[in-house]
Design a protein around this ligand. Structure first.
Ligand code: 5GP
Ligand code: ZN
Length: 102
């Protein structure tokens, strides 16, 4: 998906520092943070949104990664957010979970 910003970051076509990576996903700091810490957890597979998720193990893997990232970043209190669809605020149509912590 050449026109997808998160695929381009994963493919190193756009420079971005990975704060976490495993076989299924990677995490970066949001370019426009809406909290003191604003991290995006992004599956490596290009899946447009939660509506396109078929294998729910993916969700398990993402939340397992979130627990590891929070431990690494010393985040104990946080919000998670998934925007699904334009009217819900989704801007990048590659599934991602926001972690927001103040
Ligand atoms: P959405 O609104 O789709 O749930 O969230 C997309 C998020 O991706 C936004 O918070 C936006 O700031 C972030 N974002 C968009 N482009 C880039 C980028 O090139 N690099 C990073 N690090 N974040 C991005
Ligand atoms: Zn993508």
């Amino acid at each position: 998906m050449n026109d997808c910003v998160f695929c381009r970051i994963l493919n190193k076509e756009i420079p971005s520092q990975f704060i976490y990576e495993d076989d299924f996903c990677f995490a970066i700091n949001d370019i426009n943070p809406k909290a003191k810490k604003h991290i995006l957890v992004i599956p490596k597979a290009h899946i447009e949104s939660l509506n396109e998720v078929e294998d729910l193990n993916l969700i398990k893997n993402l939340f397992s990664a979130i627990k590891k990232i929070n431990k690494q970043e010393n985040i104990k209190e946080f919000k998670t957010l998934i925007n699904t669809g334009k009217s819900a605020g989704q801007e990048v149509f590659h599934l991602h979970i926001h972690i927001l912590a103040n």
